[in-house]
Design a protein around this ligand. Sequence first.
Ligand SMILES: [Zn+2]
Length: 592
Amino acid sequence: MDLKKPLDAKDTKKAPKKSLEELAVEKGLVTPEQLQELVQKVLKERKNLEQLLIEAGVPEEKVTAALAESLGYEFLDITTTTMQSDLMKIIKPAYAKHLKVLPLKFQEPVLTVAMVEPRDLMALDEITRFCKDARFTVKTVKVVVTTQAKLFAGIDKFYWLAKDKGKDKENLGLGTLLDTVAETMRMEVEMAELAQEEATENSQPIVLLANRIVEEAVGRRASDIHLEPSLYNLRVRYRVDGDLAEVMRVPKYAQDAIITRFKIMADLRIDEKRVPQDGRVDFTKYNSSFEIDLRVSTVPTPFGEDVVMRILDKSGNVLTLDMLGFNDHCMKLYREAIQVPYGILLHVGPTGSGKSTALFAALKTLDTPDVKIVTAEDPVETTLGGQIIQSSVNPATNYTFAKALKAFMRHDPDIILIGEIRDIETAKSAVEASLTGHMVFSTLHTNDAVGTVTRLIEMGVETYLIADSLVLVCAQRLARRICSKCKESYEATKEEEELSKGDIKAGTILYRGKGCEACDGSGERGRTGIYEVLLIGKEFRNLLIKGAQTDELRRAAIQSGMMTLRQEAIDKALKGVISLNQVLENTLAEST
Ligand SMILES: [Zn+2]
């Protein structure tokens, strides 16, 4: 490689005045003492000073600006400038990123080049050669220095803006809106305005894009929207049926505008980007056909604020008991259990197993004008409507589940829902409430139904109190349903027999989804519950009082007809509701 030409770069280079060491102290990036330490490290760790300054926590932008000044170059945030379009043919964006060099402007005979490391003569030579090959008569190279993040963001922006856009402007799809956002911002950039500041509440396309991100999420039955900044762009993902899937990437330069837009909607402080914030959006204000709220939370990351929005249905359209996926036997037991006048009914399972959904369905069934139902939740996310009175506990102000229960006793309720039994105090209050004539619904973080009984004993609740109060325990999991549009049957293989520890024999007819448009090729659509319903009958109660161990209790439960989670899951696989894969993912084989 010819190394002579880049020396032309000197032509427009200002004479260096101060060293990086001097500038770092002068600009207050470090104290003279800190500098001394760093200089010693330069020798010891064989790193250059700018690297060490960044590692010590000085912002990259400040270090790069000081470095540029010490070397006699201009420092520039290139995302606020433009790139001459005929230079784009010279170098592909990926290669520009690889070299960390971008030609910005050619005004005969001066080529202006943005660089992260102006001392990289090889890269400078390469780009100059490309220009000359493309018949630009470059005589002088002017180098401007920028940070790597800014260079990459600039490359994304310039090349992306230049892409052909002949799309149907009437169709307000996410892609089109992104294009519109880009056009608006390009105009603003060309008017030498700062794109990020301008595109907040006044910029129509950003507002439309933000709304569309939410509407699209609801359309795809998403439960959460994730906005995740990276070095190169802002990734948008939806959580659908428990799994995250990427839906688009917003270019880096539009990141702040879109995040700011959501922060405005959620009434958060837009100038505060360094601490986590929480807020709520009444989305009906922005689109009256959507009866949803968004619970918004932000967390600062090195690349910007990470935003997660939980979609909350406020239409009162909770699922009914019939929609939960109970089999006939369990449904009958469950319906009988919720009708008893007092006692405790527990739903148990890991986070995200649908415990609240099931409890809400039960409460809706029981909500008639002659009963009073109260709830204590952490916090209230779904409005149940009807006559149900919902309240949020707030552990931060010491308003706990146990305190809520005590307060409820003075409100004369018939049915009480306690979000979760986490401690002995809540457990004891729940028992007390049930024994004084109330029906108490709650949840617990245990794996299976019988294990829940043992867990309560371990927590310190007296065995006879559990025997007296507990009516039913329902352990549950959420499994993904096979897509009904592309379901096919097949014979289980020998390998699957082994995987299922013999629960499914080779040759058994099973089902799976081939993947189609309706399920985005996944073969699965929607979810169903898998349930293990333990009704506390007389026999079980007697065993419990006698102090029987978990194993004995489990055997008795199964003998009296309890279907375990595993059995229920296999049953659903044989019926073609879920795939074997979902059986294995959600339940463990039972060693009997
Ligand atoms: Zn399908």
